[in-house]
Write a protein that binds this ligand. Structure first.
Ligand SMILES: *[C@@H]1O[C@H](CO)[C@@H](O)[C@H](O)[C@H]1NC(C)=O
Ligand SMILES: *[C@@H]1O[C@H](CO)[C@@H](O)[C@H](O)[C@H]1NC(C)=O
Ligand SMILES: *[C@@H]1O[C@H](CO)[C@@H](O)[C@H](O)[C@H]1NC(C)=O
Ligand SMILES: *[C@@H]1O[C@H](CO)[C@@H](O)[C@H](O)[C@H]1NC(C)=O
Ligand SMILES: *[C@@H]1O[C@H](CO)[C@@H](O)[C@H](O)[C@H]1NC(C)=O
Ligand SMILES: *[C@@H]1O[C@H](CO)[C@@H](O)[C@H](O)[C@H]1NC(C)=O
Ligand SMILES: *[C@@H]1O[C@H](CO)[C@@H](O)[C@H](O)[C@H]1NC(C)=O
Ligand SMILES: *[C@@H]1O[C@H](CO)[C@@H](O)[C@H](O)[C@H]1NC(C)=O
Length: 587
């Protein structure tokens, strides 16, 4: 009898939780392994998730809890990172080398995070060892809760596209090239959703490549979520004869504007509404082509096909024109035209612009200058303010937790110092609840895209030349868009503002894999001096390494996985229904 009472009590608690609208949990089991694919006609090992390349889309809603048990079936260490997920006050789930020990080959590790107060389009990818060049990426779509309307008519469906430069060399060969100072060279192709181009030109594309066909219905409006998950190439995205109505980027609704094409830099995500408003006399091209390059890059052109159900025939003729490749002003002006819709609600009903960032006093100021790869102690390295990030064997976050000194220093300089470039583990000491201004100054010859984990920041300005104090006069203090990455053009600067309200140790890096791999990375430590316990605690399943290796127990080598996601909310509902039926029976 007591056990039945307990059982009923559990059911009551469960149904109460459901009645109060507790945030649902979704569970996934993912196996990350090599699979064989031939996107450009050459057989290669790519990184798949549960056998899929690209990986599955995490399709969740604001405030859901996500639990993903990741099994590493690769032959090297693995960490998955969730680009743009804010992990409020919990950098333990961030999946970068500074926060987590890697999941060893053959091991598994369970991530658990909440997509708290977020909406929008993001992606995940393997963060170590250049692995993203082999795949392992997929989308993260955070839907709005029903109680908060979209700032546009509900689209008929979502179409998610991953555009990426691609090489037939493996990620291991590519990273060796990068280490030895060899330029990556012209990509072998540009993939859209893991497949090569439609044969738009017989002299450029050999026969027999698989390509992507996007099936659409006339008159309908689709939300295209487009992610550049590539290695180092900025891509221009466009759809023949169709307008791209920009509505969202990396978690913020934008002022809705039409574009004929959009430059999407490595690591960036955009949502466009596209209405199928053309006659269906033929299919249409969907193009992703490299920016700021010369004609020898022609083979690196991604082409998919937009196919109306009533289409009269295949797409033919030339691809739609890209913008002028030597006109970086066009690209910068386009970037500056992307603004925040301050009156739209997003994850919460209040307007996005209710946080008046332009009125807040800056507490921390950094001018961060990058340099192209150079030899430091005989090794090719890239730097930020003259420092090339040296990855310690003990993750920073674990060193902090266990009071191990000497792993890192909180001395990242707020400008380039007059001293030789060096390798170091130097962090920004961020002020908890402070407001930080960062100016990225790009001294390289290619566009770099900088990303910060755990936060959205306001992109308030960008211009060519060298940033000075006077440049602040040009800042957008009203509707700069809040996002998690921003491009910096060569010979130009970009300024961001970020509110340091989330304790943790947060990664700041170039998304361009070659720059990142050679050291363009740092961390921002944000410590709550009151350490009130609001920062996520050390997870029970923490993997230990480096100086903390003695704490690590062996992990059973093989783990059984089912692969299918499940939602605990629905099982709770079933239990509640059962108990109601039981109640009706005994009544
Ligand atoms: C994603 O989830 C939303 C809401 O739960 C659902 O309406 C939509 O159909 C799903 N999209 C995909 C592509 O599965
Ligand atoms: C590994 O997977 C097993 C089986 O699903 C699970 O019980 C265990 O908690 C996982 N280990 C970690 C460290 O997450
Ligand atoms: C259909 O649209 C194309 C492109 O806009 C145009 O060239 C063609 O003349 C149109 N055909 C018909 C039958 O309207
Ligand atoms: C075109 O670009 C490639 C690499 O980006 C470079 O190696 C080549 O010299 C360029 N060709 C011309 C004609 O400028
Ligand atoms: C901004 O969002 C509101 C919804 O809150 C919408 O009605 C309006 O059209 C949007 N404005 C622009 C310029 O996109
Ligand atoms: C680390 O130091 C803090 C304060 O200095 C202390 O509260 C905490 O217990 C220490 N942690 C460990 C694991 O020793
Ligand atoms: C880091 O900043 C905090 C204040 O935000 C300060 O108390 C602390 O001394 C600083 N640490 C170092 C090593 O500079
Ligand atoms: C890089 O900096 C040097 C001076 O240190 C300057 O001469 C050069 O023009 C800069 N290049 C770019 C692309 O900013």
């Amino acid at each position: 009898m007591p056990s039945i009472c307990f059982f009923i009590l559990v059911i009551l608690v469960c149904s109460l939780r459901a009645a109060l609208g507790a945030d649902p949990y979704v569970f996934y089991d993912w196996t990350v392994s090599y699979i064989t694919a031939s996107p450009l006609g050459v057989k290669q090992k790519v990184i798949g998730i549960n056998g899929e390349f690209p990986g599955p889309i995490l399709n969740v809603t604001t405030n859901w809890n996500v639990v993903i048990n990741v099994k590493n079936d690769l032959d090297e260490p693995l960490l998955l990172t969730w680009d743009g997920i804010q992990h409020r006050k919990n950098s333990w789930q961030d999946g970068v080398s500074g926060t987590n020990c890697p999941i060893h080959a053959g091991w598994n590790w369970t991530y658990e995070f909440q997509v708290k107060d977020q909406i929008g389009s993001f992606f995940y990818f393997p963060s170590l060892n250049f692995q993203r060049a082999a795949g392992g990426y997929g989308g993260i779509t955070i839907n709005n809760r029903n109680v908060i309307p979209l700032p546009f008519a509900v689209p008929d469906a979502d179409i998610t596209l991953f555009i990426t430069d691609w090489y037939t060399k493996s990620h291991k060969e590519l990273r060796k090239n990068v280490e030895s100072g060899t330029n990556l060279g012209i990509p072998d192709g540009v993939l859209i959703n893991g497949v090569g181009p439609f044969r738009f030109d017989d002299t450029i594309v050999p026969d027999g490549f698989p390509f992507l066909t996007i099936n659409v219905e006339p008159g309908k409006t689709y939300r295209f979520r487009v992610h550049n998950v590539g290695i180092s190439t900025s891509l221009n995205f466009r759809i023949q004869n169709h307008n791209l109505l920009l509505v969202e980027t990396e978690g913020s609704y934008t002022v809705q504007q039409n574009y004929a094409n959009m430059d999407i830099h490595v690591g960036q995500s955009f949502s466009f509404l596209v209405t199928m408003d053309q006659n269906a006399s033929s299919d249409y091209y969907v193009v992703a082509s490299p920016r700021f390059v010369n004609s020898s890059w022609a083979r690196a052109t991604g082409v998919a096909i937009l196919h109306y159900t009533n289409s009269q025939g295949p797409a033919s003729g030339p691809l739609p024109d890209p913008p002028n490749d030597y006109d970086t002003y066009f690209s910068m002006n386009q970037a500056r035209s992307i603004r925040w819709n301050v009156s739209a609600g997003a994850a919460r009903p209040n307007p996005q612009g209710s946080f008046k960032y332009g009125d807040i006093t800056v507490t921390d100021e950094y001018v961060i200058l990058n340099r192209p790869a150079e030899l430091i102690n005989g090794k090719w390295r890239t730097t930020l303010n003259g420092i090339s990030y040296l990855t310690p064997s003990t993750p920073l976050k674990l060193a902090q937790q266990f009071n191990i000194s000497g792993v890192y220093k909180l001395d990242f300089p707020n400008k380039l110092m007059n001293r030789p470039a060096k390798l170091d583990t130097s962090l920004i000491n961020g002020t908890f609840k402070g407001f930080m201004e960062i100016i990225f100054q790009n001294n390289d010859t290619t566009v770099q895209n900088y990303h910060m984990d755990g936060y959205a920041f306001f992109v308030v300005g960008m211009d060519f030349g060298v940033w000075t104090e006077n440049s602040r006069g040009t800042y957008n203090k009203w509707d700069g868009v809040a996002r998690c990455s921003t491009q910096v053009y060569p010979g130009a600067w970009t300024a961001i503002l970020v509110s340091l309200d989330s304790a943790g140790i947060w990664n700041l890096r170039a998304e361009n894999l070659d720059s990142w791999y050679l050291g363009q990375e740092l961390y921002v430590s944000v410590v709550n001096p009151e350490s009130d316990g609001s920062e996520g605690a050390l997870p029970d399943n923490t993997i230990y390494c480096g100086l903390l290796s003695p704490l690590q127990k062996d992990q059973a080598q093989r783990v059984k996985f089912s692969g299918a996601p499940s939602i605990s909310g629905s099982s709770t509902t079933i239990l509640v229904l059962l108990i109601m039926a039981f109640g009706a029976f005994i009544g």
